[in-house]
Design a protein around this ligand. Structure first.
Ligand code: SF4
Length: 286
């Protein structure tokens, strides 16, 4: 049985996922971390990202907090169906009025949404009361600070990444991973390596980030050692690798030392094939 209830394909990777195919030269890796990312690119995909609507990306990332893609995707689809029924994502010139809201923009529609109705709409994502409040707050913030989802989209695409990140972090419910995903998938910013639970675990097991590093520490290590243009697919492909090989409780090397395609780069911090034990890298002895 799969340990991780996720789709077989990372939602942002693969032929049907987001992003645009891109080719990078694996022969020029200057750090072990870059070599790891190059290997991930050979295993899965090499892509560049950007072009998603920023507010929709923010909505998707809030819905996905503390849950799987399997649970959050139907909530995302239901939300768009109710609040963007014509299928447009944002932009007053495309969207048309949402029935019952008078809104011409997804942010406007969500800012005006009845909280209980929104909570019911996104119930499959879990924590729906909390997430419905976050979504309404984020939508109200976008409307107040930028005027529309379309204007917010332009801000994310054009402002300096550090400014966008700091601004997003001021919004309740938006943490570093959410801010970085918006920067990567909407802004298409190079040099942004969002750290989720898979990336946090794998980078420390491999020994390419300090074993006791928190999410921000892992992000700093990866963004320092991976060339900017490789950070995006490094993130999505490392998540896929975490689902297929380096799972939280049963990493592939426990069963067979040759089963992992990353074995020659890995320090196996906190993973003990001789005894079958696995601990968080932070708890591994020096
Ligand atoms: S060798 Fe083991 S711990 Fe290292 S990346 Fe592979 S599965 Fe994970």
């Amino acid at each position: 049985m799969r340990e991780d209830p996720e789709p077989a394909q990372n939602i942002s990777g693969g032929a049907d996922g987001g992003g645009h195919p891109a080719t990078f030269d694996p022969a020029t890796a200057e750090t072990r971390t870059e070599a790891v990312v190059d290997r991930l690119g050979e295993l899965y995909w090499q892509k560049s990202y950007g072009g998603q609507d920023a507010f929709t990306c923010l909505v998707r990332t809030i819905l996905s907090q503390n849950t799987s893609d399997v649970a959050s995707q139907p909530a995302h689809d239901a939300l768009l169906e109710r609040y963007a029924p014509d299928g447009s994502l944002s932009g007053g010139d495309q969207a048309g009025d949402r029935p019952g809201t008078g809104a011409t923009d997804l942010a406007e529609a969500l800012a005006a949404a009845d909280r209980e109705t929104l909570a019911e709409t996104i119930s499959s994502a879990g924590l729906y009361n909390q997430k419905s409040r976050m979504l309404i707050d984020a939508a109200a913030w976008v409307c107040e600070a930028f005027g529309s989802a379309a204007a917010f989209d332009a801000f994310v695409a054009e402002e300096a990444p550090a400014t966008v990140r700091e601004t997003l972090l001021e919004v309740r419910g938006v943490g570093p991973k959410t801010a970085d995903c918006v920067l990567l998938f909407a802004g298409g910013r190079d040099g942004v390596f969002p750290v989720d639970t898979h990336v946090h675990r794998i980078a420390r097991r491999l020994g390419v980030a300090p074993k006791a590093a928190d999410h921000e520490g892992v992000r700093e290590a990866l963004e320092r050692d991976v060339p900017p243009e490789k950070c995006g697919f490094g993130h999505t492909a490392m998540i896929q690798f975490g689902r297929e090989y380096c799972t939280a409780r049963r990493p592939a090397c426990l069963e067979d030392p040759d089963a992992c395609p990353m074995g020659d780069y890995c320090e196996q911090v906190g993973v003990y094939p001789a005894t079958g034990d696995v601990v968080d890298p932070a708890d591994a002895p020096d």
